[in-house]
Design a protein around this ligand. Sequence first.
Ligand code: DQA
Length: 146
Amino acid sequence: MKIAIINGPNLNLLGKRETDIYGNMSFDNFLDLLKTKYPKIIFSYFQSNVEGELVNEIQRAGFEQDGIILNPAGYTHTSVSIGDAVAAVPAPVVEVHISNVHAREDFRKLSHVSGKSAGSIFGLGLKGYELAVEYLASVSEKEGKG
Ligand code: DQA
């Protein structure tokens, strides 16, 4: 099966950025671990700091891949267009946040993506991406896509 991981702004700085909140591991290192753990899954990875590029990638991946794991980062709380893109594509989307957005500032409690997603995971660190893979793999197995 094919899973697209799409990360939004500032997640290119994981491992260097606010490490007390987001941890010490870079996403590239984490992705290597994920690929080793799930050798049968074909992962594509895209990160952008630009809203429209994220919309383009959701549209592209959403008609091609079996599932999307999406962390829209700060755009979660502001972008109607990213929420619309999630609603527009047939692939199931799992929204992931590394930090517990509900335990932080009030503006982080609003998500334009949650209501359009298959489900959301937040506050479990990078483990959230792994749990999203497990979910998408189980859905794909049920549909016989292996
Ligand atoms: C985040 C939470 C967002 O509120 C924040 O703007 C981010 C990262 C997370 O993964 O915890 O950049 O999406």
